[in-house]
Design a protein around this ligand. Structure first.
Ligand SMILES: [Zn+2]
Length: 519
């Protein structure tokens, strides 16, 4: 089986062959850190984290870079509006972004380069583009000359004459062609600025990504990712300036994830309340689509306060990454309910085997995947064919939605096996069945781990929704047990306490109330 990836550049699914055998360099456009992240900002990181985990599972040595845009029109405007320093606002919002990534289980990014720390690399690139006749200075700004690049438009499959630049309107008249875009912007008084051969200023947004990605990953990346809203003009411009500078292909594969939209809406962009100026805005389109829904609010207050992050991650991966994601509380709640079955299985596993699911050691690579030797028949045969189906899905352009479906099927098969063999009761002593149970559950954990789920107990997170439910259920159990005690039904009251003990929940009877705690 070969991994195939849909490449926006060729509009085809292609076999994945990295530039250097065994190694993968991957770049994802990161956030402009001017406001707290909303759920739309988590889509790309969760998808590409999963892509990295799968590539690592295929034994590739992957380096993944995500930039932080800490100087930009939006950031400057927001800092002015709040009356704070640009650097302080950027620092605070970067921290917020990092915290949200951690909450979402996005733990595989290797480096976060900051735009403000890579100005010399950008200046060098701009200088080289001017030298090669691909850029021209204009009153303190520097523009890329799109007409001089025969390939311009090849990524977004547009003709240069159809293009309307999203760059600053006041400069539009002076540019040689409307598609020309700023590589360097002369600074206005009071704005952050750096010295340059063309006067004090700051870099354009597009050049940041080109300079930082090539610094850490070389002149040709393997995978360049980002939301579909970044395809034009951002990625088109990144590609144009990079290839004109190096004369080499900038990225072998271009992957674009679908955007999040409010459930039931058409996804039409409009009414962006947070769009400043007409600089291409990597957030506004997503936020615009979510405007009026909770999705446009910060992910911490609007989403994590209500849903467990694992549920949110599962929800994001249940759709194919190239499709739009319909965001809605009800849809996430539905996902949460469907996950309960997995948590029950995890609980059953602990009770029946005496082993901790979360401590199970799983194989890090597909090559060494949980052994299902030979051509097993019966239950393990079914498990093996489900694993093959999972691989087929992931090899087919990272079809995580299909892979999630396989996990549900695997759970169903395991539950069926436990029932059939009575492993939870009389059949407990059958060693062969017990071994098959452990093997299948270990594989479930391995495959789920590639998607970044079920790697740690859900109650150890800060997910309020699940804890609230447990709290509510515990109050119910305690009050029922209280009624039994007042009826002097000691036997049943004790059974409840003992059963809770088995679930590692301790009840503490005080004179006027009963408290509970987890071990
Ligand atoms: Zn970028």
């Amino acid at each position: 089986m070969t991994l195939r990836i849909y490449n926006t550049l060729t509009r085809e699914k292609e076999d994945f062959v990295p530039v250097n055998p065994g190694k993968v360099g991957m770049y994802l456009c990161g956030p402009t850190v001017y406001k707290p992240a909303h759920i739309g900002h988590m889509v790309g990181p969760v998808i590409f984290d999963t892509i990295k985990k799968y590539l690592a599972y295929l034994s590739y040595d992957v380096t993944w870079i995500v930039n932080i845009t800490d100087v930009d029109d939006k950031l400057i405007n927001k800092a002015n509006e709040l009356g704070v320093e640009v650097g302080d606002l950027a620092k605070e919002m970067t921290q917020d972004y990092f915290e949200n990534l951690e909450t979402m289980g996005v733990d595989s990014i290797d480096r976060f380069p900051y735009a403000t720390e890579h100005i010399p690399e950008m200046l060098e690139m701009i200088g080289s583009l001017i030298e090669k006749g691909h850029a021209y200075p204009l009153d303190g700004d520097v523009y890329f000359q799109a007409e001089n690049d025969d390939d311009y438009g090849k990524l977004s499959h547009r003709n240069i004459n159809e293009l309307v630049s999203g760059e600053r309107v006041e400069a539009a008249d002076r540019k040689k062609h409307p598609a020309d875009f700023a590589l360097w912007k002369g600074s206005k008084p009071g704005e952050p600025s750096w010295d340059s051969p063309w006067g004090p200023g700051r870099p354009g947004w597009h050049i940041e990504c080109s300079a930082m990605s090539m610094k850490y990953l070389g002149e040709t990346l393997d995978i360049h990712g980002g939301g579909l809203d970044l395809l034009f003009p951002h990625h088109e411009n990144e590609l144009a300036q990079s290839e004109c500078c190096t004369g080499k292909p900038f990225s072998k594969y271009w992957l674009h994830n679908g955007l999040m939209q409010a459930s039931g809406q058409s996804g039409k962009v409009g009414g962006q309340h947070d769009k400043h100026g007409d600089v291409p805005d990597m957030d506004a389109q997503v936020a615009g689509k979510l405007a009026g829904s909770a999705g446009a609010e910060s992910v911490k207050t609007a989403v994590f306060a209500k849903h467990h992050p694992e549920t949110v991650r599962f929800f994001l991966l249940a759709t194919h990454y190239r499709s739009p994601i319909d965001f809605g509380d009800e849809r996430i709640e539905e996902t949460g309910r469907s996950l309960e079955g997995f948590y029950r299985l995890i609980e059953t596993f602990g009770r029946v085997t005496g082993q901790d699911f979360y401590a199970l050691e799983t194989s890090a690579t597909r090559e060494q995947s949980t052994p299902l030797d030979g051509e097993p028949s019966g239950f393990l045969g079914e498990v093996k064919s489900l694993r093959d189906r999972y691989y087929e899905c992931m090899d087919d352009d990272f079809n995580t939605g299909g892979a999630v479906g396989v996990l549900f099927d695997l759970r169903k098969a395991i539950n069926g096996f436990v029932n059939e063999t009575k492993l939870d009761g009389d059949g407990k002593s059958d060693e062969q069945n017990m071994a098959a149970f452990v093997t299948s559950v270990t594989l479930l954990k391995e495959l789920a781990g590639v998607l970044g789920v079920f790697s740690k107990p859900v109650d150890s997170g800060d997910g309020g929704a699940n804890d609230e439910l447990v709290d509510g259920l515990m109050q119910l159990v305690i009050s029922l047990r209280g009624s039994l005690r007042s009826e002097k039904n000691w036997a049943l009251a004790d059974t409840i306490r003992d059963s809770l003990n088995e679930l590692k929940i301790t009840l503490e009877d005080r004179p006027d109330e009963t408290l509970w705690r987890r071990e």
